[in-house]
Design a protein around this ligand. Sequence first.
Ligand code: ADE
Ligand code: ZN
Length: 325
Amino acid sequence: MIPKAELHCHIEGAAAPELVLRQAEKYGADVSAFIRDGAYHWHDFTSFLKAYDGAAGLFRTPEDYALLSETYLCDLAGQGAIYAEFFTSPDHASRVGLSARSYTEGLGEGMRRARERTGIEARMIVTGVRHVGVEAVERAAQFAAGCGHALVTGFGMAGDERMGHPRDFARAFDIAREAGLGITVHAGEFGGPDSIEAALDALRPSRIGHGVRAIEKPALVERLSAEGVVLEVCPVSNVVLGVFPGFASHPFPALYAAGCKVTLNSDDPPHFHTSLGHEYEVASRHFGLDDAALDVITHTALEAAFVDEPTRSALLARIGQHVAL
Ligand code: ADE
Ligand code: ZN
């Protein structure tokens, strides 16, 4: 099995419907608005975000979150992943009355258990939700900067990129950067090239979540390649959410050929009927990547990971036999 690494997955979006149904039973909740016949049910980006929020609302204690991160990471390890970063969202925790600290400690406990069971290494990227507003994103950054949790190594922003302008969030990203956290931001998914350029200029991320609509502006593709900005590409998410009509028109191969640093990711896997393993299969079947090219994708992800250098070296050593660069 090809060793894999994931840099872009929202932990609340990784909750399998079976797990959410068990949580619904635990809390006596009705999930028929967003889970039907054992699968998530939504029809556009706005209703997807509602389903996402509905599922998140059923994780309410540190132990619920430990179960969520342990389940996701053990499943991922079974697909050949040796490393994973996932996005956390203190805003979602606060909606169920859980402090950012308890939420993060719960997730961290699940990571510890998964590592013990499978050897998978993982880190958390605290995110603010763009459409919740500037103050909430700054609060998330303050938490990330000051929490002192050893497994929190990055800061980012998800949510609806059509809301607000990246410069509105510059203070939040400055707080996170000054605390030594890695920086990533969603852009170029539902926003075009301007959204990516604005994010690069205002927030100075080393990675962009998605970034795929850069393809609409050749000068931006050149800039991403020249500056070595890493793209967290989520092909199945893009096709299911209608960013591109199918894999044949997905820009992954063109971005790769142009020298952009691309990685493969599952975003919100059960919502899109995908998994990290499936993303690698899609890249093989639809984008023409052979095993050596897929090894390079994993290598790119590990080089871009928000980890200390000894951990990075150890991870690279684990894939060393596979990659012949
Ligand atoms: N939050 C969860 N999934 C997301 C996506 N695909 N884009 C933006 N925000 C998200
Ligand atoms: Zn995402």
